[in-house]
Design a binder for this molecule. Structure first.
Ligand SMILES: Nc1ncnc2c1ncn2[C@@H]1O[C@H](COP(=O)(O)OP(=O)(O)OP(=O)(O)O)[C@@H](O)[C@H]1O
Ligand SMILES: O=C(O)[C@H](O)CO
Length: 326
């Protein structure tokens, strides 16, 4: 990603004027790649203008970008070739005085959430800080995981038909959940059953939504509605889970704003879809129209997480709570 912006360290804090630059970085990027966070103004740009020109040519985009950008890329290629004799990245010493320090990221937010969950009496576990993919598909996975975790609590409570349980495990693996992760959930659920505590499964990352409908929503609200629908589907053939457990799912953006809506995300329990049905509202229709915000507003504003802009952003966080009623 060749930097066209002027805000790079060589302009802001050139080596000849400063002995040291310390950049305190808050990451809103999966994997905390320094060159991607805010386009990495304090990181060496290893790409070259020549590469950009080649990509634009390959994609036949030369005529579609502003002429000023094309001119700049051609000029920079000439300048670099003239001064270094090569169009390749030649490194340089202009970055030696720069120290990049990540002071905030999704992992840290999850660690704080886990600590809080523990203080509140939950048994927490952090499963991932690199969650991505289509929001509604991830929501379905959480719906399946909710029942799987409930069934894992203790056979006495939920009495699962074992072939059904094994099938659910296979379905979760086919959705990309590693077996190792499922084992951790089972161990946690067994422990929770023995010491009579609810579990709180925490994950983080950033999903996406391909908006095709005309509604209002965000990736977190979309994930939550998809999860609610899956919990409802999962529990239709197994009322023991509904009778014996509270299943609660939350997804929210740490910046406080989910897509073009005023809320950070949403939270539901296993009664949400029943509430929608009681109000003659089809949650799936709202989901398909990317209209989850309006669904929550109509069913229950209490489901919406209204905290306003937080002034920072370390992507999104999910919490799945499974609580045995016995
Ligand atoms: N009606 C909708 N329903 C669901 N998601 C939507 C809807 N409209 C927009 N989005 C999604 O919202 C996202 C844009 O919102 P937002 O500005 O919060 O994200 P961003 O700028 O990509 O991320 P960040 O939170 O890092 O700033 C996009 O992923 C888009 O697909
Ligand atoms: O603002 C940006 O450049 C992206 O959110 C990545 O940090």
């Amino acid at each position: 990603m060749y930097k066209l912006n002027l805000l790079t360290v060589s302009k802001l804090a050139p080596k000849e004027r400063l002995t040291q630059v310390i950049a305190l970085i808050v990451s809103d990027v999966i994997g905390d790649k320094l060159e991607i966070i805010s386009s990495g103004p304090t990181v060496a740009d290893k790409s070259t203008p020549q590469q950009c020109l080649m990509i634009l040519k390959q994609l036949n985009l030369q005529d579609k970008i502003p002429e000023s950008i094309n001119t700049l890329l051609v000029r920079r290629t000439r300048e670099i070739t003239k001064s270094t004799g090569s169009v390749e990245y030649t490194g340089g010493t202009q970055w030696e005085h720069v120290h990049n320090v990540i002071v905030g990221n999704n992992k840290m937010a999850l660690a704080a959430a886990s600590m809080k969950a523990e203080q509140l009496g939950f048994l927490p576990i952090i499963l991932s800080s690199v969650l991505d993919g289509e929001a509604s598909k991830v929501g379905v996975m959480f719906g399946m995981l909710a029942r799987y975790a409930a069934l894992s609590f203790g056979y006495k409570v939920s009495n699962p038909k074992s072939s059904d349980y094994v099938q659910l495990e296979l379905d979760l693996v086919s959705k990309g959940v590693p077996k190792k992760t499922l084992k951790k959930v089972v161990a946690l659920a067994h422990h929770a059953y023995n010491i009579k505590k609810p579990i709180c499964i925490l994950t983080g990352g950033e999903t996406t939504v391909q908006v095709k409908g005309s509604g209002k929503g965000g990736r977190n609200q979309e994930m939550v509605v998809a999860c609610a629908l899956e919990i409802d589907k999962q529990c239709q053939g197994d009322t023991s889970v509904l009778a014996n457990f509270d299943l609660i799912f939350l997804s929210g953006g740490t910046d406080g704003i989910d897509g073009p809506t005023p809320v950070a995300g949403a939270v539901i329990d296993q009664t949400f879809i029943q509430k929608c049905n009681d109000n003659n509202m089809d949650a799936l229709t709202y989901l398909r129209n990317n209209d989850t915000f309006n669904l929550f507003e109509k069913i229950s504003e209490e489901c919406l997480i209204l905290i306003g802009h937080t002034g920072t952003n370390v992507m999104d966080i999910q919490a799945l709570v499974i609580k045995s009623k016995k």
